[in-house]
Design a protein around this ligand. Structure first.
Ligand code: GDP
Length: 538
């Protein structure tokens, strides 16, 4: 109510400050889906556990493309869920679990302000956790850690934290600490609140979790038995190690607060959510290039800006359109406003913008920095596109990765070349694959980071564009975007290597190396040419 009486800008700042936009990162099976569901449950966004899976299932049932996901038993899509918690509006961005779609995950991580890392107490730090952490480090994304599955026997908590520190290179500050585990799991002790949260083994509702105040509460030692003594010893060790929580260091991604619990048993999740919403940063500024140079776009700026980090097709199979997910970076999105596409240099018509509530999606009236809106379009919006109210600026840091797998496209019916090209162009704008057109012949080479991407492209070409294509092996080992400051040297390079050069969808020159030896020899021969492993959109 108060916000309504304030000046518009103050209301804007206040609403922005309440946003928490984050993604969950984890190795498959650590409990990301379960935790997502419990966060929504505790956030009051859903009534019953099971809704997230149920929602996924119904989406599968109504979409052909999604059927591929179902066949494979993997989740390809990224979804966005918004729910209120305490004073905050939480935007949770889901990421695909399968590593073949890691490009999608990386781009999603450019749209968040913080991340939640889930670790399986029995398995500790796993390969995908390491990879995702590396991506978070690129932007110094603050991380909160949840150690899951304490209801099962796992590794000693001190050992787990030691592993996180050593392998992931981030200091740990335990916020809760487990009392026993597996069959002896008694609950957690909250180090900052000096309070026990007791575990009964049942799936309890939030309000039913018993708490006891004070590490020395009367009778607590007897009640908890041997795990209590162990807790005392461990706390002493922690105190000696000096691991106090420090907000600035968390925000600078130097330390991670750690919570313990059991997502499936609704245990430890509320404490996690409380800590997370209190400490996680509000929407941060975003870096952009503009004609005058570069600048940081601040969320409190009055004018609307945002960028597209994800495009998803076929969410509604009755309409063959696509939804572009845009993160609002500054200003306010208001229903019906003109969205200026910087790439196209003019307004883009979108029939409707959606906001994704946990249970459903609905038309959005207003969206603030940190919020994600979904824009329906028929191919006018590409990944990495920046939007504004007219200002020319391109948000940086939305990556395209040099693919590691390549295939040559062979069309079954040569008369379908036009549809094939259209389909591949659209799919590459969505980030589903990368398309290369060699300079010296009419081949089309596709590049992907994971092999399942090819399956998706083949399936969608047939399903959406009615094109049957087969993909053949091709003698390409790796790709590099090439550029040089000196036009003459670039031309010489181009003339001598045209057999291995191609243009990508955006017309950028790409060197398709036949082997790593071939790449390094070419690099040596042309020192003035830069061979880039990533390219930014926009
Ligand atoms: P994801 O692949 O990271 O999304 O993991 P899921 O949420 O699908 O969980 C993987 C498996 O671990 C499922 O069988 C879950 O039921 C199980 N699981 C998740 N949380 C817990 C937990 O707290 N305790 C136990 N024992 N199992 C869990």
């Amino acid at each position: 109510m108060r916000a309504a009486m304030d000046s518009p800008l103050t209301a804007h700042a206040e609403r922005t400050a309440r946003r928490r936009t984050f993604a969950i990162i984890s190795h498959p099976d650590a409990g990301k889906t379960t935790l997502t569901e419990k966060l929504l449950l505790f956030g009051g966004a859903i009534q019953l556990a099971g809704t997230v899976k149920g929602r996924k299932a119904s989406r599968h049932a109504t979409s052909d493309w999604m059927a591929l996901e179902q066949q494979r038993g993997i989740s390809i899509t990224t979804s966005v869920m918004q729910f209120p918690y305490n004073d905050c509006i939480v935007n949770l961005l889901d990421t695909p679990g399968h590593e073949d779609f890691s490009e999608d995950t990386y781009r999603t991580l450019t749209a968040v302000d913080s991340a939640l890392m889930v670790i399986d107490a029995a398995k500790g730090v796993e390969p995908r956790t390491i990879k995702l952490m590396e991506v978070c480090r690129l932007r110094d994304t603050p991380i909160v850690t949840f150690v899951n599955k304490l209801d099962r026997d796992g590794r000693p908590p001190l050992e787990l934290l030691d592993e996180v520190e050593k392998v992931l290179g981030i200091r740990c500050t335990p916020v809760t600490w487990p009392v026993g585990m597996g069959r002896d799991f008694k609950g957690v002790y909250h180090l900052l609140e000096d309070r026990f949260y007791l575990y009964s083994g049942d799936k309890l509702r939030v309000s039913e979790i018993e708490t006891v105040d004070g590490l020395d509460a009367p009778g607590i030692a007897e009640r908890l038995g041997a795990p209590y003594q162990q807790l005392r010893d461990e706390i002493e060790l922690l105190q000696m190690a000096g691991t106090e929580f420090n907000l600035d260091e968390y925000r600078a991604a130097l330390l991670t607060p750690v919570f313990f619990g059991s997502a499936i048993n609704n245990f430890g999740v509320r404490e996690l959510l409380n800590g997370f919403t209190t400490w996680a940063p509000p929407p941060q500024s975003r870096h952009a290039r503009c004609p005058q140079g570069e600048r940081d776009v601040q969320p409190v700026e009055e004018k609307f800006t945002g960028f597209v980090f994800k495009i998803q097709a076929n969410m509604d199979p009755r309409h063959r359109d696509r939804v572009a997910f845009l993160r609002v970076c500054s200003g306010v999105y208001r229903k019906g406003m003109n969205l200026h596409s910087v790439r196209l240099g003019g307004p883009v018509r979108v029939s409707q913008a959606l906001v994704f509530m946990a249970a459903d999606r609905e038309a959005v009236e207003e969206a603030y920095p940190g919020d994600i809106i979904g824009l329906h379009n028929h191919g006018t919006i590409a990944i990495g596109d920046s939007f504004s109210e007219g200002e020319v600026l391109n948000f940086t840091g939305i990556p395209n990765f040099a693919p590691e797998l390549f295939r040559r496209v062979v069309l079954k019916d040569p008369l379908k070349a036009k549809q094939l090209n259209k389909g591949l162009d659209q799919l590459s704008e969505e980030g589903a694959t990368q398309v290369y057109r060699p300079l010296i012949n009419n081949d089309i080479v596709l590049g992907a980071v994971g092999v399942l991407q090819f399956d998706v492209v083949q399936y969608r070409l047939k399903d959406e564009y009615n094109v049957e294509a087969v993909f053949e092996p091709v003698q390409v080992h790796t790709a590099r975007w090439v550029e040089a400051d000196d036009a003459k040297q670039l031309k010489e390079f181009r003339d001598k290597n045209d057999a291995r050069l191609a243009l990508d969808h955006y017309g950028q020159l790409v060197y398709l190396a036949s082997s790593s030896v071939n790449l390094s020899m070419t690099q040596e021969r042309f020192p003035a040419v830069r061979f880039l492993q990533t390219r930014e959109h926009g």
